[in-house]
Design a binder for this molecule. Structure first.
Ligand code: G1P
Length: 289
């Protein structure tokens, strides 16, 4: 099972980050020196993905512009001898083959993924949610592809979350298979602590087979009145093998203010241009708190 394609749903309205996201797509907010979406695309590419579909909406054209060439700017940088900046500006446009489709109606994550049907065709594909940024030695998407290949199954990326937090996610019913991999037999979206199936929550990464599209096409709206990917996956795991990978790495939800700030600080601490300076700044700041 070779996974060459990825889908990045990025058509949400960004209502948790207003007013900043009123005119700037949340995926374009800068995390240190790159927009959030670039980290996602870099993870996909590092996992071996070649073709990427971004599911967008009418307010998100800044994303397609970002992954395009920008001749006036590049000429100016070239003339000014700004080689590093020129390299980075070009690199963003050459990361992968990027395609776009609009969701047209905000009807939920399952509906956004369904829009990828024509792009995906008859191959397995990865899904990377545009808000969930990972810091990991081995790209989380790669960890999932490896498990999907080993078990000839769909795969969802999970981590253990506190019972009080499970209602922000989907929970999965799992039985251990081997190491960090579990067999999935059920799941539900945004459960209450009474409804949850386990403390393992799906956190923004999936490897799916195209069977999901027929299921999504016939789904009725679920939680929040939206077509939920989780509801589709629940049906899929009843008819085809699915594994959950308790992935190694730290996940940041950049779609809310706290997660965004945590990611900003952690990535800035790791960045060669800002790491030492920021560590010093935080130390001196901490003394005065
Ligand atoms: C989405 C999914 C949910 C998943 C979560 C984190 O929810 O619907 O199943 O657990 O992402 O990846 P959202 O954050 O869009 O509410």
């Amino acid at each position: 099972m070779k996974v060459r394609k990825a889908v990045i749903p990025a058509a949400g309205l960004g209502t948790r980050m207003l007013p900043a996201t009123k005119t700037v797509p949340k995926e374009m907010l800068p995390l240190v020196d790159k927009p959030v979406i670039q980290y996602i695309i870099e993870e996909a590419v590092a996992a071996g993905i070649e073709d990427i579909l971004i599911v967008t909406n009418r307010a998100k054209s800044a994303m397609d512009d970002y992954f395009d060439y920008y001749p006036e700017l590049e000429t100016r940088l070239n003339q000014a001898g700004k080689e590093k900046e020129l390299f980075e500006v070009r690199r963003a446009a050459d990361l992968a083959n990027i395609f776009y489709v609009r969701q047209k109606e905000t009807k939920g994550l399952g509906h956004a993924i369904w829009r990828a049907k024509r792009f995906v065709g008859d191959e397995p594909f990865a899904v990377l949610l545009g808000d969930d940024i990972m810091k990991a030695q081995v790209p989380v998407t790669r960890q999932l592809i490896d498990a999907a290949e080993t078990y000839s199954a769909s795969a969802v990326g999970v981590q253990y979350v506190a019972t009080e937090a499970i209602s922000k996610y989907s929970s999965v019913k799992v039985t251990p298979l081997e190491g960090r991999v579990f067999r999935v037999s059920d799941m539900n979206e945004k459960p209450t602590p009474e409804q949850m199936l386990s403390n393992y929550a799906i956190l923004g990464r999936y490897v799916l087979t195209p069977q999901i599209f027929d299921i999504l096409e016939n789904l009725t709206p679920g939680y929040g009145g939206e077509i939920q990917l989780t509801d589709g996956l629940q049906k899929l795991c009843h008819t085809a093998p699915m594994v959950a990978v308790d992935f190694e790495g730290r996940r940041y939800d950049t779609g809310n203010l706290r997660g965004f700030l945590e990611a900003t600080i952690d990535f800035a601490l790791d960045h060669p241009q800002t790491g030492d300076w920021l560590a010093q700044f935080i130390r001196s700041k901490a003394k005065s708190l």
